[in-house]
Design a protein around this ligand. Structure first.
Ligand SMILES: [Cu+2]
Length: 283
């Protein structure tokens, strides 16, 4: 019996201490996140500001709840630790307390879910403006292929049965819309897009599910075999960015990266004009 009581006393001090350490680690991690490069990448798209705002609001609310709950837990464990002559009291229920701790989180979580859902649908379900700069990105273990619609602004038809060494995307050269398409086989070429203009990316995959991820744009969209997914955004900063695959797609997943360059629209057009078209490359 004395041993059991001593253990109770030690636990009553060690567990609260552990919780305090945990809270300090969490607070330091958040406070110095920017310094250590653990924070969100610097924002480079229009819609991203709303995502960041919601992220910070969620972090603040959950952070405060975390501190409150862990502090109370530490306090209660310490305050009511095992001691000579102490007996547990029987405490069947407290409806007022239970309703309070059910209703408050329910209201907060509902507000977060509704605002998240509204933001998500604004980003995902709103169609891109008709004059958006369009480009197709294809995932393929473990590289990205790119196709531009060319001067006519229309992507030519594709058919997987037409895929050959010199036609890696299976572009149908009989379709007039395909003649001026510009494509880069997987792992070749860079994705050039204009700054300050809506850009719509159509995603496709040749094998498994990949995910087109550019952290600075707050853009992440799966590329699913057999379907075309879409994401559109307005880049706000010029520069070179990394496209990462955000879906574990096989052994070489970690090497699946691409280069994305945001520059003035005139420069993108000029660069595109220098590229070979389907008519040049596929006889
Ligand atoms: Cu991938």
């Amino acid at each position: 019996m004395p041993t059991q009581k001593r253990v109770g006393r030690i636990e009553g001090v060690l567990l609260p201490l552990l919780l305090v350490v945990l809270m300090i680690v969490a607070a330091v991690t958040v406070a110095f996140a920017r310094h250590f490069g653990w924070w969100l990448r610097p924002l480079a798209s229009e819609h991203g500001a709303a995502i960041d705002r919601l992220f910070v609001i969620t972090l603040v609310i959950t952070g405060l709840v975390f501190i409150l709950v862990q502090s109370l837990l530490a306090l209660f464990v310490f305050r009511y630790r095992g001691e000579n002559g102490r007996r547990a009291i029987f405490y069947p229920d407290n409806p007022r307390l239970e309703i309070t701790w059910t209703v408050i989180p329910a209201v907060i979580l509902t507000a977060l879910i509704v605002s998240g859902g509204r933001l998500w649908s604004r980003i995902q379900l709103t169609p891109p403006p008709p004059d958006a700069f369009a480009v197709e990105v294809w995932g393929q273990q473990f590289k990205w292929a790119i196709r531009y619609p060319g001067k006519d602004g229309k992507f030519g038809r594709t058919d997987m049965r037409l895929i050959r060494g010199d036609n890696p995307l299976g572009i149908d050269t009989k379709d007039p819309a395909s003649k001026d398409d510009i494509f880069f086989p997987a792992g070749e070429g860079e994705l050039h897009i204009p700054v300050g203009k809506p850009v719509v990316i159509y995603l496709r995959s040749k094998d498994v599910i990949h995910s087109f991820y550019v952290p600075q744009f707050r853009v992440k969209q799966d590329a699913v075999p057999g379907m075309v997914t879409r994401i559109w955004f307005v880049p706000t900063k010029k520069g070179t960015f990394e496209i990462a695959c955000a879906e574990l797609c096989g052994q070489g997943h970690y090497t699946m990266r691409g280069v994305l360059i945001v520059e003035d629209e005139a420069k993108v057009r000029e660069w595109l004009a220098q590229q070979s078209t389907v008519a040049d490359l596929i006889p």
